[in-house]
Design a protein around this ligand. Structure first.
Ligand SMILES: [Zn+2]
Length: 122
């Protein structure tokens, strides 16, 4: 089972909505158009201001994201930009992901070799 926040990464939203709709939604989120009014792991409800205020709901259904929006432009296959805006907003509020392992070689300092100049020769 996944939470809504696990299903709204940029790649998923972009492929669901298509690039133009994704951009509109991301721009909308950029301007804080989405106000989340109810948020659980499985369901997020938000008001989205876009000329009018729309009620947008995102739900996690197993491994799938589902949505509804009162603008009427979202279909079962394709979210509208308000859904994208809420998704982007949720994603930004959620803690950073650990999908990609950090570069392991990073942070390896040169280290100071212990000075072994105590050997004395006569
Ligand atoms: Zn909408």
């Amino acid at each position: 089972m996944k939470a809504v926040a696990d299903l709204v990464d940029e790649r998923s939203l972009r492929s669901l909505a298509g690039a133009p709709t994704y951009l509109e939604g991301a721009t909308c989120a950029e301007h804080h158009c989405a106000r989340i009014t109810e948020s659980t792991d499985m369901r997020v409800v938000a008001h989205v201001d876009d000329m009018e205020t729309y009620d947008t709901t995102l739900t996690a259904d197993g491994d799938r994201l589902r949505w509804s929006c009162t603008c009427g432009r979202a279909t079962a296959e394709r979210p509208c930009k308000h859904v994208v805006a809420v998704g982007v907003t949720i994603w930004r509020q959620s803690p950073p992901r650990k999908d990609q392992p950090d570069d392991v070689s990073k942070g390896r300092g040169l280290g100071l070799s212990p000075d072994q100049g105590t050997r004395s020769s006569t």
